[in-house]
Design a protein around this ligand. Structure first.
Ligand SMILES: *Cc1c(COP(=O)(O)O)cnc(C)c1O
Length: 223
């Protein structure tokens, strides 16, 4: 069995009930994705629209493609006809465009709100307070083709696992708060997308339902 297949088997064996693996295949060739596919993996994550569209053409049609990176509004139309989930929605403008393009394609695309909890500066993602405001304000409610199905975050890039744990715990606390509050009547609000190669075991302990693991499975990125 290949190393890729070994890693897939090892990781999926540790998943608690209700948690799923998104195999992050960005910058890895189709042949690596095929290896993972042979091990039974069906959910793959990509972060560039063009790369995703190309791979989708070449690979089996029962793959569930998740878009995990920052998505520009003008790229939504290319992936809307097939993408299974968009993980990092960080503005109302983007959500509206996803809704519009999903409707055009006759689809519903589950979306996650990107939460900024890490120490690093970034221009992407909602702070916890911005996320609360967004949820309470309610403009997302009529967007039936782009339902908000949970939260996504990245922890600080550090070896300090207590710091990482604190950040995931903050995200999970906010998830529970919103689930009992603004999203109480939305059963689809159920996903917690956190955990990458170096921190997914901690993420699973802190409520993750979708881990996004790349380099641990596929090795260092090829291009
Ligand atoms: C690349 C990427 C991952 C996977 O990171 P690894 O450290 O390779 O596991 C997860 N989430 C996002 C948003 C990414 O861009």
């Amino acid at each position: 069995m290949s190393q890729i297949q070994d890693e897939i088997k090892n990781i999926t064996a540790t998943l608690p009930q209700g948690a799923r693996l998104v195999a992050v295949s960005k910058f890895h060739p189709e042949s690596s994705i095929e290896e993972a596919y042979k091990a039974g993996q069906r959910i793959f994550g990509e972060s560039h629209a063009q790369e995703l569209c190309r791979k989708r053409e070449l690979l089996p049609k029962d793959i569930e493609w998740h878009f995990i990176g920052h998505l520009q509004t003008n790229k939504v139309k290319y992936i809307a006809p097939f993408v299974a989930m968009i993980h990092a929605v960080d503005s109302m403008k983007l959500l509206r465009e996803i809704d519009k393009q999903a409707e055009k394609a006759g689809r519903t695309i589950p979306c996650l709100l990107e939460l900024h909890v890490a120490k690093e500066e970034t221009k992407f993602g909602f702070t916890p307070d911005e996320c609360r405001e967004f949820a309470a304000e309610g403009s997302w409610k009529p967007l039936a083709h782009a339902p908000i199905c949970g939260l996504m975050c990245m922890a600080s890039n550090t070896d300090d696992m207590e710091q990482v744990r604190a950040e995931f715990r903050l995200a999970h606390g906010l998830f529970n708060e919103l689930k009992a509050g603004a999203f109480a009547d939305r059963p689809c609000f159920k996903e917690c997308s956190w955990g990458m190669s170096h921190d997914y075991p901690v993420a699973l302990e802190e409520g993750s339902t979708l881990i996004r693991v790349g380099s641990k499975i596929f090795g260092e990125r090829m291009y």
